[in-house]
Write a protein that binds this ligand. Structure first.
Ligand code: GTP
Ligand code: MG
Length: 1027
C-alpha cells in the first residue's frame, strides 16, 4: 500500500478505536486491502455510525469483507459506497448482509455498474429489511465533493443498467418502510396519550465467577465478537446491551424496544378498531375509559411532539407482519460483566438482583483438577491454575451469594476451555464433581439451567472458536432466553410512558441527573404524573436499569438518579481497589504517574493503600468533577466506609472527614492474631455469633457499622484493624472482634466493667441490621456465650439454653454436659438477663417494646429535663409507651441508651439551642445527646425522628445549623412543644404525629412482606395511577 493509503487506514482504525461516530475516507484509493482492514476494525467496533468510503477502488473482495462486517454491526447507520466498481457479484454479498442488518438506514451505491442480477438480489433482501429508508445519491461537485443531495426516492442506482420493474420493486419497498416509520411517529403520540401498558421485556444477564475464569471471553462468544487472547482484567463491572433476537452488542437498545412497543400498540389498536367497528354502528369510535381520560386530564399537556418524533425515528426492525401474529416473546438483555475481584462483593446486594439470569463461569481445567494437564500445559500456565478445591470453593461462594440475594433466579454454569477439555468423558466427570461437591448439598438444583441436549448440568464452551458451526453456543443462548422469557419481570406490563421516560433519561447522555431534572422530564415530556415518578424510579431501580437509592439515612442519596450504573462502579473503583491482587499496585502507579497526583497527596495515597484510610483531600481529588457528597453518602450508607477510628484520644492520626474503607483492609497475619489471643486469653470473656452463611465483607461492614454508630467511642488498639480481625476500645472496654468460618467472635477484656450483656446486645443488633439491610435477612445469626473464654462445645451455651436454665444450671453445646449459670456471669447473671439478650429488636418495628425514645439535653438546673418529664407523663396518659433516661438508664449510660434506642420505634428530639450545640460538637468530644442523635440517625433513620421544639428561639427550622441541621430528611413533621405538655393542642398534635409515623411503619412492613411474597415484587405496577 502507498503511504497515504496506509496512513488513512491507520487513522481510520484509530478513530474507530476511540469511539468516533463518523469517518470520512472518500477518495483515498484504499482498495480491497484497505477495505479488508476496515472491515476487521468495524467488526470490533460498536460506535461508528457513519462511514464514507466512496471513490476508493473497492472491488468485489473488499466488498465481501465489508458485507460480512455489515452483517454484524449494530451501530452503522449510514454507508456511502458510490463509485467503487462493486458490480453484480459484490452487490449480491451486500444484499445478503442487508437481509440480516438491523441498523443501516441510508446506503448509497451510485456508480457501481449494478445490473439486473444484482438489483434483483437487492430487491429480495429488502423484503425482509425494515430499516433501510433511503438509498441516497452522493453528488460530487468540484467545489464541494461531500455535498449530499437527500432524496427519499431511490436514485442512487444507475437506472440505465436495471430493468424498470426491478427498480420499481426496490423503490416501493423503501418507500413502504419510510411510510411505516412516519406512521409510527403519529402512533407513538397516541399511545403515550392513551397511557398504554406494554410488556417490559427486559432482563439482566449477570456473568459472574472467579477472576480470569473467562467471563469477558464468554460474553464475547455469546455476542459473536472475536476472541481476545489477552486477559484485560475487568475492573468493577462492565455493561453491554443486546437483544436476544440477534445477540449483537448495541450502543443503545432502548430505541428499538420502544419503537417496537409503539408498533405493537398500533397493531393492537388497529385490531381493536376492527373488532369494535364490527360491533358498532358506522361512525362510532372507541372512547377511552374514564380512568384513562382522568389520568390524561391530570397530566400536563406540555408534551413536545417533536421529541416523540425524534425518539421513534431511530432504527426500527418492525417485522410488521410477523409481529402481529407472534406472541410477545422478545427479551432485551443488559449484560453485566462482573470483575472477579473480591472487593466488589460488597456491592452485591445492589447489583445481584433477581430480575435476570446468572451465568456462572468456571475454568473446566480447574474443576477437573489441574494435575490432568501436567503434560499438556507449560509450567507457567499450569501454576496459574487454581486447585480443584479452590475452584469449587469459588463456585460454592457464588452459588451461595446468588441464592442469598436472588433466591428465585436461575443459574447457568458455563465451563470454559473446551479447546483443552474436549472429551465427553471429561465433561461427565465435571458434571459429577459439580453435582456431588457443589450443587446437591446446597439444595439449588432447581435453580440450575440444564444443558438438555448434551445431558449435562453445565455448558462447555470454547471461547477461541468462532466458527458459526458451534451449536453449543447457540444452545446456551437459547437456554438463557428461555429461562427468562416467561418470568414475571419480563412479561409484566408497565406504562408505555415509563419505557418512554427511560428512553428520554438515557438519551440525556448524562451519567446521573438530579431528582428534580428527572421529575421535570417525566412530567413535561413523558406524561408521567408527578405522584408516579417515585414509583417509576423504584421499579427501574429494582430492575437494575438505573440506581435510585431511597432507603439511605441521607437525603443526598435521594436527590440523585444514576442513569448509568457503570458510572457508580467506575467512581467507586477509584477508591475501592483489590489490595490482594496487582490492582492496587497498578492503580497507584496510574494515579501517581499518568494522572499526576499532586505532591501533597502522596502520603495520603500511602495511607489509603496501607491502612485503608482515605483523607477528604484525597477523595476530593479522586472524584474531581463528581458529586462527592453523593458518593461519600453512598459509601457511608452501604457501610463501605465509616469515619476513620484513628482519631481522638488514642492516636491523633487522621483529620476530621477521613474515611476508613474497610474493604481495603488486609487479613491479619495468623501469628499476630494467635499472639494477641493467647496473651490475653484469661482476661477475655467470649461470646460468638454463628451464621448459616457468612459472606465475605460482612465482617468489614460490621466494623464500619460500629464506628459509624459510635464515632467518638470506638478507638483502635494494637495491632489494629484488619479484614478479619480488629482490636478496639469500645466505650472504655477493650474488645477483640474476629471472624473465621461462619463465626464472628466477640472477646471483651474483663476489667471489672460489670455486666457485658448490653455490649453484646449492641454488637448483635449491628450484625442483625447488616443482615437485614444487605443480606435479605438470610444469614441466620445465633448467639452463643462461653463460660471460660474458649469457643469449644464443652464451654459454650446458646442463649436459648441460658434462658431455659434450671436449678442454676445450663445445658452446654456438648450433649449431656451442664454448666453452672454463674460461670456465664460476665455476660448474664440471671435468666431474665438472658431473655433480654435473646430478643432481637432491630428486625421489625412492631416487635419493639417502646413506642418512643425521648432524647433531650437536661438544660440548666435540669429545667428542660423537668419539662420533658411532664411531656412523658402526658404521653403515658394517652397510652404511648416511652423510654426515658430518668427511669430506664442502666449503669452503663451510653450502652443502655443505645439499647433504649434500638428498642424504640420513634425517636423524639426535644429541640433546644443547647441540644443543637451538643450535636454539632466535634466528633472527638464526648456528649450523650450527640451520641444518641448520631446513633438514632443510623438505627432509627430520619423518617422516624420527630423534632419537638421546646425553645422559642428554635422555631425557625431554616436556622437549624451544622450536623444537626442537615440530618433531617425532607420536611420532617415538626411539633411545637413550648408548653411542656400542658397545652392540649400541642399534645394532640404530638400524639397525632407519633401515631402517623407508627402507622407508616406498619404499612412499610406489610408492603415489604407483600413484596417478598410476589417474586418480582412488582405487584403495584399494574395500576400506576391508582391513588
Ligand atoms: N484457550 C482458551 N482460552 C480462554 C478461554 N476462555 C478465556 N480464555 C482466556 O482466559 C483469559 C482470561 O479470560 P477473561 O475472559 O478476560 O477472564 P475474566 O473472567 O473476564 O477475568 P476478570 O475480568 O479478571 O475477572 C484470557 O487470556 C482469555 O483469552 C477458552 O475457552 N479457551
Ligand atoms: Mg473480565
Amino acid at each position: 500500500m502507498s503511504s497515504r493509503k496506509e496512513q488513512a487506514i491507520a487513522n481510520a482504525i484509530k478513530a474507530m478505536a476511540e469511539s468516533e461516530e463518523e469517518l470520512r475516507l472518500e477518495s483515498n484509493g484504499i482498495g480491497d486491502c484497505g477495505a479488508l482492514a476496515l472491515a476487521q476494525a468495524l467488526n470490533e467496533n460498536t460506535s461508528l455510525q457513519t462511514l464514507y468510503i466512496h471513490r476508493n477502488k473497492i472491488g468485489p473482495n473488499g466488498v465481501f469483507a465489508l458485507a460480512d462486517a455489515l452483517m454484524k454491526t449494530s451501530s452503522l447507520q449510514t454507508l456511502a459506497l458510490d463509485n467503487n466498481g462493486i458490480g453484480d457479484m459484490g452487490i449480491s454479498s451486500l444484499a445478503n448482509a442487508l437481509a440480516e442488518n438491523a441498523s443501516l438506514r441510508t446506503l448509497s451505491l451510485y456508480g457501481n455498474r449494478i445490473g439486473d442480477a444484482g438489483a434483483n438480489a437487492l430487491a429480495a433482501a429488502l423484503e425482509s429489511n425494515d430499516i433501510l429508508q433511503e438509498l441516497r445519491y452522493v453528488e460530487a461537485t468540484s467545489n464541494n465533493p461531500l455535498r449530499m443531495r437527500h432524496s427519499n426516492m431511490i436514485n442512487s442506482l444507475d437506472r440505465e443498467y436495471i430493468s424498470a420493474d426491478i427498480l420499481a420493486r426496490i423503490e416501493s419497498r423503501v418507500k413502504l418502510v419510510k411510510n411505516e416509520l412516519d406512521d409510527l411517529k403519529v402512533v407513538a403520540l397516541e399511545a403515550l396519550k392513551a397511557n398504554e401498558k406494554v410488556r417490559w421485556g427486559r432482563a439482566k444477564l449477570m456473568v459472574v465467577g472467579k477472576g480470569a475464569a473467562g467471563k469477558t471471553s464468554t460474553i464475547r462468544t455469546l455476542l459473536n465478537q472475536p476472541f481476545n487472547p489477552d486477559h484485560d482484567s475487568t475492573i468493577g463491572v462492565d455493561l453491554r446491551l443486546m437483544r436476544t433476537r440477534d445477540w449483537r452488542e448495541r450502543r443503545t437498545i432502548t430505541d428499538a424496544d420502544l419503537g417496537e412497543q409503539f408498533a405493537k400498540f398500533k397493531y393492537r389498536q388497529q385490531s381493536n378498531v376492527q373488532r369494535v367497528s364490527n360491533r358498532m354502528p358506522a361512525g362510532m369510535t372507541q372512547l377511552p375509559s374514564s380512568h384513562e381520560s382522568s389520568a390524561l386530564r391530570r397530566a400536563p399537556m406540555l408534551f413536545d411532539e417533536e421529541e416523540v418524533v425524534k425518539a421513534v425515528s431511530t432504527p426500527l426492525r418492525l417485522q410488521v407482519k410477523n409481529q402481529t401474529a407472534k406472541t410477545d416473546e422478545e427479551v432485551s438483555f443488559t449484560i453485566w460483566d462482573y470483575g472477579g475481584q473480591e472487593v466488589f462483593y460488597a456491592l452485591h446486594h445492589l447489583f445481584l438482583t433477581q430480575y435476570g439470569v446468572y451465568v456462572l463461569v468456571f475454568d473446566m481445567r480447574e474443576v477437573l483438577g489441574k494435575e490432568h494437564f501436567q503434560d499438556i500445559l507449560e509450567k507457567d500456565d499450569l501454576e496459574k491454575l487454581a486447585s480443584q478445591e479452590q475452584a469449587l470453593e469459588t463456585l460454592r461462594f457464588w452459588i451461595d451469594s446468588i441464592h442469598l440475594h436472588a433466591p428465585n433466579a436461575h443459574i447457568a454454569l458455563v465451563g470454559t476451555y473446551l479447546d483443552q477439555v474436549p472429551n465427553t468423558a471429561e465433561h461427565e466427570a465435571i458434571e459429577e464433581v459439580l453435582e456431588d461437591r457443589v450443587l446437591s448439598a446446597r439444595g439449588v438444583m432447581s435453580a440450575v439451567v440444564l444443558n438438555n441436549e448434551a445431558e449435562l448440568n453445565f455448558f462447555p464452551i470454547d471461547n477461541t472458536d468462532r466458527s458459526n458451526l458451534d451449536e453449543r453456543v447457540s444452545r446456551l443462548r437459547e437456554a438463557l432466553t428461555e429461562t427468562v422469557a416467561s418470568k414475571d419481570f419480563v412479561t409484566d406490563k408497565v406504562p408505555l410512558r415509563w419505557s418512554f421516560c427511560l428512553e428520554q433519561l438515557l438519551s440525556q447522555n448524562e451519567d446521573y441527573l438530579s431528582l428534580e431534572a428527572v421529575q421535570k422530564i417525566a412530567e413535561n415530556e413523558c406524561y408521567v404524573p408527578k405522584e408516579d415518578v417515585d414509583k417509576m424510579l423504584k421499579y427501574m431501580h429494582e430492575l437494575g436499569v438505573l440506581v435510585h437509592l431511597t432507603t439511605g439515612q441521607n437525603d443526598v442519596l435521594r436527590k440523585y438518579v444514576v442513569i448509568r450504573p457503570q458510572w457508580l462502579l467506575k467512581n467507586l473503583s477509584r477508591v475501592i481497589c483489590d489490595p490482594k491482587m496487582n490492582h492496587m499496585k497498578k492503580h497507584k502507579k496510574k494515579l501517581l504517574h499518568r494522572e499526576k497526583l499532586p505532591r501533597n497527596l502522596r502520603d495520603p495515597l500511602n495511607d489509603w493503600s496501607n491502612r485503608g484510610v482515605a483523607s477528604r483531600e484525597l477523595l476530593e481529588w479522586l472524584w474531581q468533577g463528581q458529586p462527592i457528597d453523593y458518593l461519600t453518602a453512598l459509601m457511608d450508607s452501604m457501610l463501605l466506609a465509616c469515619p476513620s477510628p484513628w482519631i481522638g484520644d488514642y492516636e491523633k492520626l487522621d483529620k476530621e472527614g477521613a474515611l476508613l474503607v474497610p474493604s481495603l483492609l488486609q487479613p491479619v497475619e495468623e501469628a499476630v492474631k494467635k499472639k494477641v489471643l493467647e496473651h490475653s486469653r484469661r482476661e477475655f470473656a467470649l461470646a460468638y455469633i454463628e451464621f448459616t452463611v457468612l459472606p465475605k465483607g460482612v465482617f468489614q461492614r460490621f466494623i464500619a457499622s460500629l464506628i459509624q454508630s459510635f464515632p467518638a467511642l470506638v478507638g483502635v488498639r494494637e495491632p489494629g484493624v484488619f479484614s478479619d480481625f480488629a482490636s478496639l476500645v469500645f466505650d472504655n472496654v477493650g474488645m477483640i472482634l474476629e471472624t473465621s468460618g461462619n463465626r464472628v467472635m466477640l472477646y471483651f477484656a474483663k476489667t471489672g466493667h460489670g455486666c457485658l450483656a448490653n455490649h453484646v446486645k449492641i454488637l448483635k443488633n449491628s450484625l442483625e441490621s447488616i443482615n437485614l439491610s444487605f443480606m435479605k435477612g438470610n444469614l441466620g445469626p445465633r448467639l452463643f456465650i462461653s463460660s471460660n473464654g474458649t469457643g469449644t462445645k464443652d464451654a459454650c451455651a446458646s442463649v436459648d439454653a441460658l434462658v431455659n436454665a434450671t436449678g442454676g444450671e445450663v445445658s452446654s453445646l456438648q450433649q449431656g454436659l451442664r454448666l453452672p449459670l454463674a460461670s456465664f456471669a460476665p455476660f448474664v447473671e440471671s435468666r431474665t438477663m438472658a431473655m433480654r439478650l435473646q430478643n432481637t429488636v432491630t428486625s421489625r418495628p412492631s416487635t419493639k417494646p417502646f413506642q418512643v425514645f425521648m432524647s433531650h439535653a437536661w438544660g440548666k438546673g435540669n429545667a428542660a429535663h423537668e419539662k420533658v418529664m411532664a411531656v412523658a407523663d402526658a404521653l403515658k396518659a394517652r397510652g404511648i409507651t416511652y423510654w426515658l433516661d430518668e427511669y430506664d438508664m442502666g449503669s452503663e449510660t451510653l450502652i443502655s441508651m443505645a439499647n433504649g434506642i434500638d428498642q424504640s420505634r420513634v425517636f423524639l428530639v426535644f429541640v433546644t439551642r443547647t441540644y443543637m450545640e451538643k450535636v454539632n460538637k466535634e466528633r472527638t468530644e464526648l456528649d450523650n445527646c450527640r451520641n444518641e442523635f448520631l446513633y438514632a440517625l443510623q438505627r432509627v433513620k430520619p423518617a422516624n425522628m420527630i423534632p419537638c421544639v421546646m425553645d422559642s428561639t428554635m422555631m425557625d427550622m431554616s436556622k437549624w445549623e451544622g450536623r444537626f441541621g442537615i440530618s433531617w430528611s425532607g420536611a420532617p413533621m415538626y411539633v411545637p412543644m413550648l408548653s411542656a405538655g400542658r397545652s392540649k393542642a400541642e399534645m394532640d398534635k404530638l400524639e397525632k404525629v407519633i401515631r402517623r409515623v407508627l402507622c407508616s411503619q406498619e404499612e412499610a412492613t406489610q408492603s415489604q412482606e407483600v413484596a417478598t411474597a410476589t417474586p418480582a415484587g412488582l405487584s403495584s405496577v399494574e395500576e400506576p395511577n391508582r391513588k
